[in-house]
Design a protein around this ligand. Structure first.
Ligand code: AMP
Length: 214
């Protein structure tokens, strides 16, 4: 199984790109944020455990996050590859992932680091509309054309953690906890930096090219 990690700040476009690229390349998209939000919506034990972290823009503890992701990966049988979107987000998570993959003879094959300037991240997050049902994201201009999701007809809403204060908190958590992974994966030789600015299709082209080169 080909394991790919999408790395980047909130608003860098990881979710949008991971969904499109997974579909194009026949890979499975695993988004930790989506898994947590689903658990919260269902009101299950995991949801109760993680709700307050997401509301405050803080990271869910490594132990809970790693267990959830490894469990999800473990369920994937006979798939060509997986795109991890939003995981790992700490060094401890990256090390736990390496260890778990190594135990099954696997590894992180490629890390796509989507880079975008901070002002662009803030602009995108404050203009982001998300489908409640399938998590597809839209910009305000798309929302002005239609109030419902083009993919599944679901209702579009703004994420409760996309408020200005929580966005600032998430960005500072990213720079402190997650940005060190750029160096970690660079040293491992698996990192490719991709320009995350411009049109969605153009960015997808760059990501696919970076994966095909691998
Ligand atoms: P996202 O949808 O990727 O922006 O994630 C939304 C929220 O889910 C984050 O602000 C965290 O509270 C939580 N979360 C997602 N992925 C992780 C992770 N790898 N480690 C810890 N918390 C996470």
């Amino acid at each position: 199984m080909y394991n790919v990690v999408f790395l980047g700040a909130p608003g860098a476009g990881k979710g949008t790109q991971a969904a499109v690229v997974a579909e194009k390349m026949g890979m499975v998209h695993v988004a930790t944020g989506d898994l947590f939000r689903k658990a919260i919506a269902s009101g299950d034990e995991l949801g109760k455990q993680v709700k307050s972290y997401l509301e405050k823009g803080q990271l869910v503890p490594d132990k809970v996050t790693v267990a959830m992701v490894l469990n999800r990966i473990g369920q994937l049988k006979g798939v060509k590859g997986v795109i991890l979107d939003g995981f790992p987000r700490t060094l401890a998570q990256a090390e736990a992932l390496d260890e778990a993959l190594k135990a099954t003879g696997g590894k992180v094959g490629r890390v796509i680091y989507l880079a975008a300037p901070e002002a662009e991240l803030v602009r995108r997050l404050s203009d982001r509309w998300v489908c409640r049902a399938c998590q597809a994201t839209y910009a305000g201009a798309d929302k002005a054309e239609s109030d419902s999701c083009r993919k599944c007809g679901g209702e579009l809403h703004q994420r409760p953690d996309d408020t200005p204060e929580t966005v600032q908190k998430r960005l500072s958590v990213y720079f402190k906890e997650t940005a060190p992974l750029i160096d970690y994966y660079h040293k491992a030789g698996s990192l490719v930096e991709v320009d995350g600015t411009g049109e969605v299709e153009a960015i997808t082209g760059r990501v696919v090219a970076a994966l095909k080169k691998a």
